[in-house]
Design a protein around this ligand. Structure first.
Ligand code: ADP
Ligand code: ADP
Ligand code: ZN
Length: 216
């Protein structure tokens, strides 16, 4: 099962990806997580990506397409994958088509998670992320059992530099301008599955499960 999770920053892509990893035993492939790891390690990729990420802009297509082309060839992705945060532009979506054609596979479902803009800002300003496994928590909506500690792996939680109000607004604009056209792109291909992303986390997981197992 090859799935894309589409949605604005804060929609719950990362949160639902963790549910899907456990449910279907296929890997989450998050370009944001891969880029943040590169920034932390100070690799060439990290140095190149950092400025764009801090400003809330997209990292150039060439860079992220290269990451995905390599990642999807790895052994753990042969039975399927969950793309979280990729593609984010039409050129990325087109490049993905050709990467998958070369691997003789195709996208089964594009799950588009929809949430109002004000709710997105509330979710992002209170987000705390795990340094170890990338799990998202929220100070009010999804607090960890022990403050500052990840329920999943025991790692430390931190607030991302780009989860500050000014950068959040910029990221939401970038989503509207550059990423939201992908909704029409995938609708035309017949793979779009739209999900109401409001309500509690378990309810949204249940909606995704229904859509992916065809039990709606
Ligand atoms: P994305 O990966 O789409 O940017 P996340 O999964 O990191 O989004 O979620 C953004 C923030 O919103 C996190 O703090 C997360 O705990 C919280 N969150 C996720 N789903 C919900 C929900 N259904 N209701 C309230 N808060 C949520
Ligand atoms: P969120 O889910 O909160 O939007 P991500 O972790 O997916 O955040 O992405 C964080 C940042 O990493 C983005 O603002 C962007 O700078 C960069 N990034 C992640 N994925 C991509 C992508 N597919 N194309 C370009 N830039 C990306
Ligand atoms: Zn963790």
């Amino acid at each position: 099962m090859d799935v894309i999770l589409l949605g604005p920053p804060g929609a719950g892509k990362g949160t639902q990806a963790k549910f899907m990893v456990d449910r279907w035993n296929i890997p989450q492939v998050s370009t944001g997580d891969i880029l943040r790891a590169a920034v932390r390690e100070g690799t060439g990729l990290g140095v190149e990506a950092r400025g764009f990420m801090d400003r809330g802009e997209l990292v150039p297509d060439r860079v992220v397409i290269g990451i995905i082309a390599e990642r999807l060839k790895e052994d753990d992705a042969t039975g399927g994958f969950i793309l979280d945060g990729f593609p984010r532009t039409l050129p990325q979506a087109e490049a993905l088509e050709s990467i998958l054609t070369d691997l003789d596979r195709n996208i089964d479902h594009v799950v588009s998670i929809e949430v109002d803009e004000e709710e997105l800002v509330d979710r992002l300003t209170g987000r705390r992320m795990c340094k170890g496994c990338g799990e998202s928590f929220h100070v009010l909506f999804n607090p960890p059992q022990n403050e500052g500690v990840c329920d999943r792996c025991g790692g430390g939680l931190y607030q991302r530099d780009d989860d500050k109000e000014g950068t959040i607004r910029q990221r939401l604009n970038v989503y509207r301008d550059q990423t939201s056209p992908l909704i029409a792109f995938y609708r035309e291909k017949g793979s779009l599955r739209e999900i109401d992303g409001s309500g509690n986390i378990q309810d949204i997981s249940a909606r995704i499960e229904q859509v992916l197992t065809g039990t709606e």
